[in-house]
Design a protein around this ligand. Structure first.
Ligand code: NAD
Length: 499
C-alpha cells in the first residue's frame, strides 16, 4: 500500500511518529494509501525551516513573487487533468467537478499576480512641515493553514497563494482524508520558482493542529472545516496571540417565491443540492417554497429529477452527476440523519438509502434523498447533513421564509428565486448571511471578491481571498518621517496634532 509523506524543505519526507490514517478510494471502498500523522516535533521542525526560508522570500520584490504566481498558473493549467484525477480518486467527486476545484484555486493564484498593486500601501506627502507619512504592508512571517477534505485543491490555494504573494512562508496542514493533491501543489509551486522551505505540507490530525496553534513562530492561522473545530481553533489561536480566521459549517436556504421561474429553480436545486454529493459548504440543503401552491409545484417537478440523478464513480466520466461520500463514517452519519428525519415525521418523498451500484457494492454511495414537510425542530433541519439530501420547509409567506433563514445558526450562503426585483432587493438587504444569490443558487464570490459567511459559519474579521486576504496576510506599519532633518521647533510636551 502507498505510504504518503510530508513535504518539507523541498522534499517528500516520511512520517516518523508511527501514526497513520487511512486514505480511501470512496468509489470502491478500498484503503488505497496511508498518510502519516505528524507529531509535535515534526510540525515544529517544519515551522522552523519555514521561518528560516521566509526572510529572503519576504525581502524579494513583490513583482518577482508575482512572477512565481504567474508561472504557477501555467503549471496548474498544464497539470489540471493529473491533479483532478488524483483529487477524484481520494475525494470521490466527479472529474469535471474536480477540475472545477483546481480551477477555482487557480483563479485565486491568478488574482495574486496583482500583488505589487495590492501591496502598494499609502503615502501622504507633506502631512506636516517637511513631514511625510506612509503605511506599508509587511508580511507576518510564518502563516499556517488547516483545510477540510471537501476542496483539497481550492481551499489550500485560497490560503497559501495570498500568504505567499504577501511574502510569508506557509505551513499547510491539509485534511488527512485526501492529502495527495496538497502535496502535488507544493511540488508544483516549487517548480514555478518558489524557494525550498517557503511552502511546507505537514499531514496530520489534532496533534499537528495543536502544535501549530501553540508554536510561537506561527503568526497566523487560517482554518476551514466544521464549526465545532473552527470555534476551538479560533479560541486557542486567539488566546495564543495569533491572527486567526476560521470558517465553519453551513445550512444554506433557497427561497422560492410564487412568481419564480419554476424550471429554473428546479435546475438550480438539483445542481446545488446534489452536486458533489452535497459535500459543499455552499450546497443548498434547504428549499423554502413560499405558499403551499408553490411547494406542491416544486415537489412535483423535483421528484422525477431527483429520481433520475446518476450516481457513480468518477471513472464513469460525464455519465455521473455525483459520486460517493468521502469515508464510511461520513456515509453512516448521513444515513443516520436521514433515518432521524423519517422518525421525526418528515416526509421522505425520494428515498436513496438503499442505493447500491453494481460492481461498487463497497463504495460509500448514498442515493439522492428528498424530504418534504420538514420543520425547524427536526435534526435534519438543525444539522448540516453534508450529503445528497435536500429538505423542503414550507413557508406561508415571504416574511416567514426570511425569518427562517435568519434564525438558523449558520449564515454561509443563501439564495432567492423570484422575478420580483423589490423582493430580491429586500432579501439581499435584510438577510443576516454572508453570501447571497439572486436567481443564482451557489453564490460563491470570484477570486477578486471576498468569500465568507456570518454567524456560526465564520469566526474572525477578514474573509478569504480578494482584498481581505492581502489584509489578513500582512501587518500595516505606518512611518512618519521628517526631511529635511534640520527643522528645529523645540521640545513639545503635548500630543502632536494638526492644529
Ligand atoms: P473537519 O472540521 O472535520 O476537519 C477540518 C480540518 O480540521 C482537517 O484538516 C482536520 O484534520 C482538522 N481537525 C479535525 N478534527 C480536529 C480536532 N479535534 N482538532 C483540531 N483539528 C481537527 O471538517 P471536514 O469534514 O474536513 O470538512 C467539512 C466541513 O467543512 C463542513 O462542515 C463544511 O461546511 C465545512 N466547510 C466550510 C467552508 C466555508 O468556507 N465555510 C468551506 C468548505 C468546507
Amino acid at each position: 500500500m502507498q505510504e504518503l509523506t510530508h513535504y518539507i524543505n523541498g522534499e517528500h519526507v516520511k512520517g516518523t511518529s508511527g501514526r497513520f490514517s487511512d486514505v480511501y478510494n470512496p468509489a470502491t471502498g478500498e484503503v488505497q494509501a496511508k498518510t502519516p500523522l505528524a507529531s509535535k516535533e515534526e510540525v515544529d521542525r517544519a515551522v522552523a525551516i519555514a521561518a528560516e526560508a521566509q526572510p529572503a522570500w519576504g525581502a524579494m520584490n513583490p513583482q518577482r513573487r508575482a512572477r512565481v504566481m504567474m508561472k504557477a498558473v501555467q503549471l496548474l493549467e498544464r497539470d489540471m487533468d493529473k491533479l483532478a484525477e488524483a483529487l477524484s480518486r481520494e475525494h470521490g467527486k466527479t472529474f469535471p467537478d474536480a477540475k472545477g476545484d483546481v480551477q477555482r484555486g487557480l483563479e485565486v493564484v491568478e488574482y495574486c499576480i496583482g500583488a505589487p498593486e495590492l501591496l502598494k500601501g499609502e503615502f501622504t506627502y507633506g502631512a506636516g512641515p517637511g513631514i511625510d507619512m506612509y503605511s506599508m504592508r509587511q508580511p507576518l512571517g510564518v502563516s499556517a493553514g488547516i483545510t477540510p477534505f471537501n476542496f483539497p485543491a481550492m481551499i489550500p490555494m485560497w490560503m497559501f497563494a495570498p500568504a505567499l504573494a504577501c511574502g510569508n512562508a506557509f505551513v499547510l496542514k491539509p485534511s488527512e482524508r485526501d492529502p495527495s493533491v496538497p502535496l502535488m501543489l507544493a511540488e508544483l509551486f516549487e517548480e514555478a520558482g518558489l524557494p525550498k522551505g517557503v511552502l511546507q505540507v505537514v499531514n496530520g490530525d489534532k496533534e499537528a493542529v495543536d502544535a501549530l496553534l501553540d508554536n510561537e513562530t506561527v503568526q497566523s492561522i487560517g482554518f476551514v472545516g466544521s464549526t465545532p473545530i473552527a470555534q476551538y481553533i479560533y479560541g486557542r489561536g486567539c488566546t495564543n496571540g495569533k491572527r486567526v480566521q476560521c470558517f465553519g459549517g453551513a445550512k444554506n436556504h433557497m427561497i422560492i417565491m410564487p412568481d419564480a421561474d419554476m424550471d429554473q429553480a428546479v435546475d438550480a436545486l438539483i445542481g446545488a443540492g446534489y452536486g458533489a454529493a452535497g459535500e459543499r459548504c455552499m450546497a443548498i440543503s434547504v428549499a423554502v417554497p413560499v405558499g403551499d401552491e408553490t411547494a406542491d409545484r416544486l415537489i412535483e417537478k423535483l421528484i422525477p429529477r431527483v429520481e433520475s440523478l446518476k450516481v457513480g464513480p468518477y471513472t464513469a466520466g460525464d455519465d455521473v452527476d455525483y459520486g460517493p461520500l468521502v469515508t464510511p463514517q461520513a456515509r453512516e452519519r448521513v444515513l443516520g440523519l436521514i433515518n432521524s428525519g423519517v422518525e421525526q415525521g418528515a416526509k421522505l418523498v425520494v428515498d436513496g438509502r438503499d442505493f447500491k451500484l453494481q460492481g461498487y457494492e463497497d463504495g460509500f454511495f448514498v442515493g439522492p434523498c428528498l424530504f418534504d414537510n420538514v420543520t425547524p425542530d427536526m435534526d435534519i433541519y438543525k444539522t448540516e447533513i453534508f450529503g445528497p439530501v435536500l429538505s423542503t420547509v414550507r413557508a406561508q409567506s415571504y416574511e416567514e421564509a426570511l425569518k427562517l433563514a435568519m434564525d438558523h445558526e449558520y449564515g454561509n450562503g443563501t439564495a432567492i428565486f423570484t422575478r420580483d426585483g423589490d423582493a430580491a432587493r429586500d432579501f439581499a438587504t435584510r438577510i443576516n448571511i454572508g453570501m447571497v444569490g439572486i436567481n443564482v443558487p451557489i453564490p460563491v464570490p470570484l477570486a477578486y471578491h471576498t468569500f465568507g459567511g456570518w454567524k456560526k459559519s465564520a469566526f474572525g474579521d477578514l474573509n478569504q481571498h480578494g482584498p481581505d486576504s492581502f489584509r489578513f496576510y500582512t501587518r500595516t506599519k505606518t512611518v512618519t518621517s521628517r526631511w529635511p532633518s534640520g527643522i528645529k521647533d523645540g521640545a513639545d510636551f503635548s500630543i502632536p496634532t494638526m492644529e
